[in-house]
Design a protein around this ligand. Structure first.
Ligand SMILES: Cc1ncc(COP(=O)(O)O)c(C=O)c1O
Length: 476
C-alpha cells in the first residue's frame, strides 16, 4: 500500500502538474475536515506519508480528533492526521519545485537576467517530436544537451529511463544518477576519458561511445586488453557537415567499419551522423535536401559492407532542422534531435519552427535609456545570452536575439551589441520613451543551447508566472 502511494505521487507529479495541485488542496484542506474521510483515510494519506518517508513509522506520531468523536477506523485515521501536518511541512520545504510559487514576471523576487522556460511549449514540442518518431517506428533517442535537466528529459522520452543522447560525460553521469540507463555520448571519445566512460558503462544498461579514426580505435583496443571492459561503439559518419566523421564513400570507412565489427574489444552498434550543415539552410526546402543527404549517407555506407549483416547495425541520425521539417523518419533506425525542446530565433528564421514554438527567453531590466543615441541598455549581456550571431547567413547583423515585451509581443527594437553584462538595444526615440529605466523586457535568444548553458537555474513559466525552477547539469 505504502509503495503504491509513493509511485502514484511520482507519476502524477511528472505527468500532470495541474491535477497534482488540485489533489494537494484536496489532501490538505478538504479531507481532514470531512468525517467521511475516515473511511478512506489510510488510502489517501498513504500518498503524502510515503512521499516523506516511505515508511510506516509516521503513523505513531499522528493524532485524530475524529477518532474521539467515534468516526473512523483507528490506525487509518491516525495515519491521515499525521500525514496532514507532515504534508504541510513537505509543501513548505519543497515550495520552489512543487509549483507553489506563483511570481509574475514583474516580481522583484525574480532577479534579472533570468532564463525563462515556458513549460507548456516545451511539453508540446516534446510530444510533437516523440509522436513523429513513434509514427515512423524508429527508436527515439533525443539529445538532452540543450536543457541538461531531468524534468525536460522526462518530457522528451515520456517519463521513461531513456534512451537519450548527451554531449558531455558530466551530463551522462548526471542522467545516469537519475535513472537514465541507455545513453549515447555523441562527441567522439578522447582516450583520456576511457576510464570514466568504462566506469559509467558498468553502472548502466548501455553506454554508447563514438569514434571516427584508427588512433582512437587502437587506444580502445589497448584499453580493453588492459582493463577488460568491452565498450559499445558507433562509427561517426560525415553526411556533409565536415565537422567530424568518416567519409561515407571512402574505402577507408568500409575498412574501419569491418575492423570495428570484427574486433572482440568493442561491441559495434552501428553508424551515426549529425547533419549540422542543415543550419546553413535558408528555408524548409533546403533543410529537406539536407535531411535526404543525412539518411542516405548512412544507408549508402551500410550497403557497402554487406558482410557485416546490415540488419544488426543501427543507422542513427539527428538534427533539429532536419527532424522538424520531415513528415516522417524513413530509411533510418534511430533519431536524435535536441534543440527542438526549446527551439530559438535561429530555428525560426530558417523555417524549422515558428517563433511561437520558441519556449525560452531571457528576462532583462532596462538600466539605461538614451534617446539622443537611439538606444536602451539592459542588464543582459553576453554572459546572459551568449554571443551567437544568429542566422547571419540570411541577414547580416541580424541582432543578438528578438526583443519582446513581457507577453512576448515583438517590439520594433534590435539588440545590436553585447558586452559582458550590458545589452545595447537600438530603437527610434519615439519607441524608447515607452521603456523607462526599470522596465522589464524578454529577449528570445538566437541559440537556446548556448543561452541555457549560461544559467545554473531556469525559471519555469506557466501561464505567465514563474512557478518553479529547474537545475541543469553543469561542467564536462
Ligand atoms: C552528434 C549529435 N547528435 C545530435 C545533435 C542534436 O542536434 P540539434 O542540436 O540540431 O537538435 C547534435 C548537436 O550538436 C550532435 O552533435
Amino acid at each position: 500500500m505504502v509503495n503504491i502511494g509513493f509511485d502514484l505521487l511520482r507519476v502524477l507529479r511528472i505527468t500532470n502538474r495541474k491535477f497534482l495541485c488540485f489533489l494537494r488542496k484536496f489532501y490538505c484542506f478538504d479531507l481532514p475536515l470531512h468525517p467521511l474521510s475516515q473511511a478512506f483515510g489510510f488510502q489517501f494519506s498513504s500518498v503524502p506519508l510515503c512521499a516523506l518517508s516511505g515508511e510506516n513509522w509516521v503513523l505513531i506520531f499522528s493524532v485524530s480528533p475524529w477518532w474521539v468523536l467515534g468516526f473512523g477506523c483507528g490506525s487509518a485515521t491516525l495515519c491521515f492526521r499525521g500525514g496532514f501536518w507532515l504534508w504541510l511541512w513537505h509543501l513548505w520545504f519543497n515550495r520552489q519545485d512543487t509549483g507553489f510559487m506563483n511570481l509574475p514576471l514583474t516580481s522583484p523576487e525574480i532577479n534579472t537576467p533570468a532564463f525563462l522556460v515556458d513549460r507548456a511549449i516545451v511539453q508540446q514540442n516534446c510530444e510533437t517530436m516523440r509522436n513523429k518518431a513513434q509514427r515512423s517506428q524508429v527508436v527515439f533517442r533525443p539529445h538532452v544537451k540543450t536543457h541538461k535537466t531531468i524534468e525536460v528529459a522526462r518530457m522528451q522520452v515520456g517519463d521513461s529511463s531513456g534512451p537519450i543522447t548527451v554531449s558531455t560525460l558530466a551530463e551522462a553521469e548526471f542522467f545516469a544518477q537519475h535513472g537514465f540507463d541507455d545513453i549515447t555520448y555523441a562527441v567522439p571519445i578522447s582516450p583520456a576519458k576511457f576510464d570514466r566512460a568504462a566506469a559509467l558503462a558498468r553502472q548502466i544498461n548501455r553506454f554508447n561511445l563514438l569514434l571516427d579514426n584508427d588512433a582512437t580505435f587502437q587506444a580502445l583496443q589497448d584499453f580493453q586488453a588492459a582493463q577488460g571492459t568491452v565498450l559499445d561503439v558507433f562509427l561517426k559518419v560525415d553526411s556533409g557537415y565536415h565537422r567530424a566523421g568518416v567519409d561515407p564513400d571512402s574505402p577507408e570507412s568500409v575498412r574501419l567499419a569491418v575492423d570495428l565489427a570484427t574486433s572482440p574489444a568493442v561491441r559495434f552498434r552501428g553508424l551515426l551522423t549529425h547533419a549540422g550543415h542543415s543550419y546553413n539552410s535558408k528555408n524548409p526546402e533546403e533543410i529537406r535536401k539536407v535531411a535526404s543527404q543525412e539518411k542516405e549517407s548512412l544507408t549508402r555506407l551500410l550497403a557497402r559492407i554487406p558482410q557485416l549483416g546490415a540488419a544488426n547495425l543501427l543507422r542513427s541520425i539527428g538534427s533539429t532542422p532536419t527532424a522538424s521539417v520531415v513528415e516522417e523518419f524513413a530509411d533510418t533506425d534511430e533519431v536524435r534531435p535536441g534543440n527542438y525542446v526549446f527551439y530559438d530565433v535561429f530555428q525560426a528564421r530558417i523555417g524549422a519552427c515558428t517563433l511561437s514554438q520558441c519556449a525560452v527567453s531571457v528576462l532583462a531590466t532596462v538600466i539605461g535609456n538614451y534617446p539622443h543615441h537611439g538606444h536602451l541598455l539592459v542588464d543582459a549581456g553576453a554572459l546572459a545570452l551568449s554571443k551567437d550571431p544568429g542566422p547571419d547567413h540570411m541577414e547580416r547583423e541580424c541582432g543578438f536575439g528578438v526583443v519582446c515585451d513581457l507577453n512576448l509581443k515583438c517590439l520594433p527594437m534590435k539588440l545590436i551589441g553585447l558586452s559582458q553584462e550590458h545589452g545595447k538595444i537600438q530603437a527610434a526615440p519615439s519607441v524608447l520613451q515607452h521603456y523607462p529605466v526599470g522596465t522589464r523586457l524578454r529577449i528570445m535568444p538566437n541559440h537556446s543551447c548556448l543561452t541555457a548553458a549560461m544559467y545554473d537555474s531556469y525559471q519555469v513559466v506557466e501561464e505567465g508566472c514563474v512557478t518553479g525552477q529547474w537545475k541543469p547539469a553543469r561542467g564536462w
